[in-house]
Design a protein around this ligand. Structure first.
Ligand code: FES
Length: 352
C-alpha cells in the first residue's frame, strides 16, 4: 500500500509510454524510398546551378537594368541575385527537411532525465548516439544524397565570396594615394564657410571664434552629388583663432598660420566623426563620439581619448585681399588610422 502511494506521488500522471511505431510508406515501398531519395538529391543538385547563376548575374547583368512588374520597380541585378540566392538556400532547407522526414530513421526514443555531467560513460554513450544518428540518417548507404549534399553546401559559399567584390577595390598603395590619402585641398584654394561658401577674411575672425569651413573648389562638383559628398567627407575643416601668445607654434609650422588663425581637419583621427566642440579657453577640441580631445594650441596633439594621431593641420596664408587660402594640401592623410598608413610625417608632441 505504502509503495503504491509512493509511486503515485512521484508519477501523478501515468506514463503513457511510447506510441506504437507505424511504418512510413517509404519504409515499406523500396520504389517510394528511391523516389524520395531522388527528390532530395534533385533539391541539393540544383543548388550548385543556382550558385553558378548567381555568379553569372553578378558579373553580366548591368546595374543599370531595371525590372518593372505589377507595380514593382527594382534593380534587375539585385532582384535576380536575391531570387537565386534565396531559392538555393530554400532548396537546401527543403532537401534537409525531406531527408529527415522520409529517409532518416523515425523510431521514437525515450530518455530518462538525469543529472548533467560528463562521465566517461556519458561521453561514450554520446559517441554511440552520434554513430547511431549517422546510421539512422542512412547517409552511408545513400551515396546520391551524401554526394549532392557535399557539393551543395560548399557551393553556397561561392555567392558569398563574389559579393566581397562589392566592398570596393583592393586598397593598395596606388589606390590609397588616389583616394583616402588625397583631398581636393591644394595651394591657392580659398577657405569658404561650409554652408554659404563665402570666402573668409582673416581680419573678420575674432580670438575665440571657430568656423566650419570647406575648400572653395568643392562647388566644382555641384553636378556630381556623389563625388561632392565623398570630397566633402575628407576635405571638411575647422578654422580657429587664438591669441598667438597663448599657443605653441613649432618652428616648422610658423608660416602655416595667420596671426593665431589655424586650420585643422574636422575629421577625428580615431574613427572619423566630424568634430567642432571647442573649448576656446583651453584650446581643446572634443570629439563627441568617444571623447578624444585634441589641443589646437599645440598643433592638434591628442591630450585624451582613444585617437592615436594628432589632428592634421592645413597650412594657410592670405591672398592679396586678405582672404584665407591654403598654402598646400594636407601634408598627412586625414581621418582614421589604418594599418598601412605612413605615420612618419604626423606631428608628435615635442616636434619643432
Ligand atoms: S571618432 Fe572621435 S573619439 Fe572616436
Amino acid at each position: 500500500m505504502s509503495s503504491e502511494v509512493e509511486v503515485t506521488r512521484s508519477h501523478p500522471v501515468p506514463d503513457p509510454g511510447i506510441p506504437e511505431h507505424v511504418e512510413r510508406w517509404v519504409d515499406v515501398d523500396p520504389a517510394a524510398s528511391r523516389r524520395a531519395e531522388r527528390q532530395i538529391a534533385a533539391c541539393f543538385g540544383a543548388v550548385p546551378l543556382l550558385a553558378l547563376g548567381f555568379i553569372v548575374v553578378y558579373f553580366f547583368v548591368p546595374k543599370t537594368w531595371a525590372i518593372q512588374f505589377a507595380g514593382l520597380h527594382a534593380q534587375a541585378q539585385n532582384f535576380w541575385l536575391g531570387l537565386l540566392g534565396g531559392v538555393a538556400i530554400l532548396l537546401v532547407g527543403i532537401g534537409a527537411v525531406q531527408w529527415a522526414r522520409l529517409i532518416m530513421g523515425d523510431h521514437e526514443i525515450s530518455e530518462e532525465r538525469h543529472p548533467a555531467g560528463s562521465t566517461a560513460e556519458d561521453r561514450e554513450q554520446a559517441l554511440d548516439e552520434v554513430h547511431e544518428g549517422i546510421t539512422q540518417s542512412d547517409l552511408p548507404r545513400r551515396k546520391l544524397i551524401s554526394t549532392t549534399l557535399k557539393i551543395a553546401l560548399p557551393s553556397l559559399a561561392l555567392p558569398a565570396l563574389v559579393t566581397l567584390l562589392d566592398m570596393g577595390p583592393w586598397p593598395g598603395p596606388g589606390m590609397r594615394a588616389a583616394t583616402i590619402e588625397t583631398t581636393i585641398w591644394a595651394e591657392g584654394v580659398h577657405l569658404v564657410t561650409d554652408v554659404t561658401y563665402r570666402r573668409i577674411k582673416a581680419v573678420d575672425m575674432v580670438v575665440g571664434e571657430l568656423v566650419n569651413a570647406a575648400p572653395e573648389n568643392i562647388q566644382d562638383l555641384n553636378n556630381d552629388p556623389a563625388a561632392k559628398a565623398a570630397a566633402t567627407a575628407k576635405a571638411a575643416i575647422i578654422i580657429v583663432r587664438m591669441d598667438p601668445n597663448t599657443i605653441k607654434i613649432p618652428q616648422s609650422r610658423k608660416d602655416w598660420q595667420v596671426d593665431g588663425i589655424l586650420c585643422y581637419s574636422k575629421i577625428c583621427t580615431h574613427v572619423g566623426c566630424p568634430i567642432s566642440l571647442w573649448e576656446h579657453q583651453t584650446h581643446h577640441l572634443l570629439c563627441p563620439c568617444h571623447q578624444s580631445t585634441f589641443d589646437l594650441g599645440n598643433s592638434g596633439v591628442v591630450v585624451f581619448g582613444p585617437a592615436a594621431r594628432s589632428l592634421p593641420q592645413l597650412p594657410i596664408t592670405t591672398d592679396s585681399e586678405g582672404y584665407l587660402v591654403a598654402r598646400s594640401g594636407f601634408t598627412v592623410p586625414v581621418g582614421p588610422s589604418y594599418f598601412e598608413r605612413d605615420s612618419t610625417h604626423d606631428y608628435q608632441n615635442g616636434d619643432n
